[in-house]
Design a protein around this ligand. Sequence first.
Ligand code: ADP
Length: 250
Amino acid sequence: MGLEIENVSKSYGSNLVLDAVNLDVAPGEFVALLGPSGSGKTTLLRIIAGLQFADSGRLLMEGEDITGLEARLRRFGMVFQSYALFEHMSVADNTAFGLKMRPRGRRPSRSEIGERVKTLLDMAEIGHLADRYPSQLSGGQRQRVALARALAIEPRLLLLDEPFSALDTKIRKGLRTALRDLQKRVGISAILVTHDQEEAFEIADRIAVMSEGRIEQFGTAEELVRSPASPFVSEFLEGMANYENQGAGI
Ligand code: ADP
């Protein structure tokens, strides 16, 4: 079950951006879409999110056909590079926002919302920042809030588009670990778009290597390094064998 992507194609004019892409994400699995700029990663993620629609192909979530379903009905959590937090709301209120916006009847009680927000902020290691405002936070802390907020609605899937690329290396490393821990603890499936081989190797259970609108290979970091399916994969992952040997992340 989980998410199944079947033969998804997308063109912009005569530019074929996704060419019959197939991909499956198992329940609780973390998948990275890894590839150079222009390979179609963001387009694929936006189609999964329902922010764009494919020209052909199908998307199934837990067996339900969601191909034509609009974004807000998919119940997916999203974190992007430019974190749009509400500047006039505290960290706790930012995190609670999606829950408070629910129609009566589906809205948890105030105390349930408070509990859930507290748990998530603690899990994201920002419990002590609950009463602060976004302008008082560092870039890394803001992304932790964005992550907690995305998870607050108990989404069926977490989608991340280069969420840490604006941050510097050291902060990025800490956030990768936090993200992976959080995803495993919550038990949600996640898809991360990245052009950074190290990031994909460190976070993902399986990696889809993309080039020119196609998935060149889909497998674990170990499989990709040991038996690359094409010269492209082999070249794109050059140097990553050493990374494996250092025992980091695999
Ligand atoms: P990546 O995320 O791997 O960098 P993208 O999915 O952003 O790749 O882009 C894939 C290709 O689609 C690129 O050639 C890009 O120029 C093109 N593209 C993306 N969005 C649009 C758009 N809205 N209109 C026209 N072309 C687009």
